[in-house]
Design a protein around this ligand. Structure first.
Ligand SMILES: [Zn+2]
Length: 282
């Protein structure tokens, strides 16, 4: 029997989500009216063909405009194009950016003009890091995309964070199999956060949630909740609420004897709300 999570009211921000190409407005309305879910960061994926069912920038923006301040549009960066695309996306209404599948390493200096514009415009970038889905060449809509994860190592964000100290960078996922690089980046750079989803290393979380950064910020303040699910179908909301409830219980129960026992609300909501004030950008 399915468990009903619709009574959940504690605040949640989903910091990494997508949109189904065949999204249903009624399902999105119900999602926006959920008392618990305060904000959803919605990432465009223009690299994939429609057959993958995940929407690109145009539908993401259309949905975000109907729910301002709730669905936050992150525009897909085409790494084969120049920095003018960043300005164009900001003018269109995108508030953040999504980086995935570069042909070169994320920290290649050829890409720095893109990051320079993102910093100037105050647009955070969520970088997919680590292991990636095994989609084959026939599912890509763009030429010159990267295939495997080796151009998307977590430690590549260090160079970008150092070169652009006002740019907000988000590790999308836990960077498996380079999970330890997450820690180094989070420890050193105040402008890097982690959006925890995908292949989650729960042992890593238990080992590091009680750590502090170089500036003595608790590591539990640098991690944010997400599911990496897709919105727009009737079942989408229940899936994210179930994941949020799992993490609430993880903090309470697995963390019962740990210093981070009480950090569940930070993880589910406060860390993301404090890191970026998207409503101020509208
Ligand atoms: Zn994703």
């Amino acid at each position: 029997m399915a468990i009903d999570y619709s009574g959940i009211t504690y605040p949640i921000i989903d910091t990494h989500a997508h949109l189904f190409v065949d999204y249903d407005w009624a399902a999105l309305d119900a999602t926006a009216q959920c008392p618990a879910l305060r904000q959803v960061w919605l990432l465009g994926l223009d690299c994939y063909k429609e057959s993958t069912e995940l929407a690109g920038n145009a539908p993401v923006l259309e949905v975000a405009k109907r729910y301002p301040g709730f669905f936050i549009p992150f525009g897909f960066i085409d790494f084969t194009r120049g920095p003018e695309q960043i300005d164009q996306m900001r003018e269109q209404g995108f508030l953040g950016l999504k980086a995935i599948r570069p042909a070169l390493a994320y920290d290649h200096e050829q890409y720095f003009p893109l990051y320079d514009r993102a910093q100037a415009l105050g647009m955070p970038i969520l970088f997919h890091v680590g292991v990636i889905s095994n989609r084959t060449a026939d599912s890509f809509a763009l030429p010159k995309v990267g295939f495997g994860p080796t151009q998307m190592r977590p430690s590549m964000l260090d160079a970008i964070a150092a070169a652009f100290p006002k740019l907000k960078l988000i590790q999308g996922h836990m960077g498996v199999p380079w999970c330890n690089e997450l820690f180094e980046s989070l420890w050193y750079y105040p402008n890097i956060r982690c959006s925890v989803s995908g292949l989650v290393d729960y042992q890593w979380l238990q080992d590091h949630l009680g750590d502090v950064t170089a500036k003595k910020t608790p590591m539990s303040k640098k991690l944010m909740f997400s599911l990496d699910g897709a919105y727009g179908r009737r079942e989408s909301l229940a899936q994210v609420l179930e994941a949020a409830e799992f993490f609430r219980m993880f903090f309470l129960n697995v963390g019962r004897t740990k210093s981070w026992h009480g950090a569940g609300n930070d993880f589910l909501y406060t860390n993301a709300a404090e890191f970026i004030d998207f409503k101020a950008m509208l």
